[in-house]
Ligand binder design. Structure first.
Ligand code: SAH
Length: 211
């Protein structure tokens, strides 16, 4: 199944980043799905992880990660830890000197992701139980920010917490479908915005979310 995805990304030229492909091969997705879904771990669709939440489909995780243009040593904020899989892929690409801070609003998922990350023996991820819809001031600014739940708009706090030349990726728009936005914060503070296409995510909750 893993091979099937690799072939698909090659054929379509969707994923070209070689280091990202290596990270995908290295991080065992089976560690991040529910026991009964292990045989489906490499299907290209989202899977339930409980509490009405999902682990995103592999192609979506890869497209978002590629768009982040991660570099070794980057400090990254993720809003929406879920299973911890997206954070694990990021952690591979930023190496030991980098750090992922990831926030999750559902207590039980904080526990699930903590167990998953431990099983995967990853050390550079810190999971924080918090409404991340205004970001995480404590460790700001970040080189990269990724939101993995549907936002009504990009919260101002996230843009403030992004470093100069930093990149932010977030699905923005109504709950039936969102546009994946990539923002690059220029040195003069202006934002360069591009669209990566349309996706469907679970809703962002909390202060700047839908619920
Ligand atoms: N990145 C995850 C998938 C995320 S699904 C993975 O790799 O598995 C979206 C997650 O965002 C859910 O777990 C949901 O509980 C969480 N979430 C929703 N609103 C949030 C908020 N305001 N702050 C932090 N986490 C939030």
């Amino acid at each position: 199944m893993k091979e099937h995805l690799l072939k698909y990304w090659k054929k379509t030229a969707l994923i070209k980043d070689k280091k990202l492909i290596e990270a995908f091969k290295k991080v065992n997705r089976e560690n991040f799905v529910l026991e009964e879904d292990k045989p489906k771990a490499y299907g290209d669709y989202p899977l339930n992880i409980g509490y009405e939440q999902t682990i995103s489909q592999p192609t979506t995780v890869m497209l978002m990660t590629q768009a982040l243009e991660l570099k070794e040593g980057n400090k990254v904020l993720e809003v929406g830890t879920g299973s911890g899989y997206q954070a694990a892929i990021i952690s591979e690409l930023i190496g030991n000197k980098g750090k992922v801070y990831t926030t999750e609003i559902v207590n039980e998922l904080v526990k699930l992701a903590t167990d998953n990350i431990k099983k995967a023996k990853i050390k550079n991820i810190e999971i924080i139980k918090k409404d991340g819809s205004s970001g995480l001031k404590k460790f700001a600014p970040y080189d990269r920010i990724i939101v993995t739940a549907a936002c009504p708009k990009i919260p101002d706090g996230l843009i403030e917490q992004l470093n100069s030349n930093g990149i932010l990726i977030a699905p923005v728009g109504p709950l039936y479908m969102q546009e994946m936005l990539k923002l690059i914060k220029k040195e003069d503070g202006s934002l360069e915005k591009t669209s990566l296409g349309h996706f469907i995510f679970v809703p962002l909750k909390g202060e700047n979310g839908y619920l």
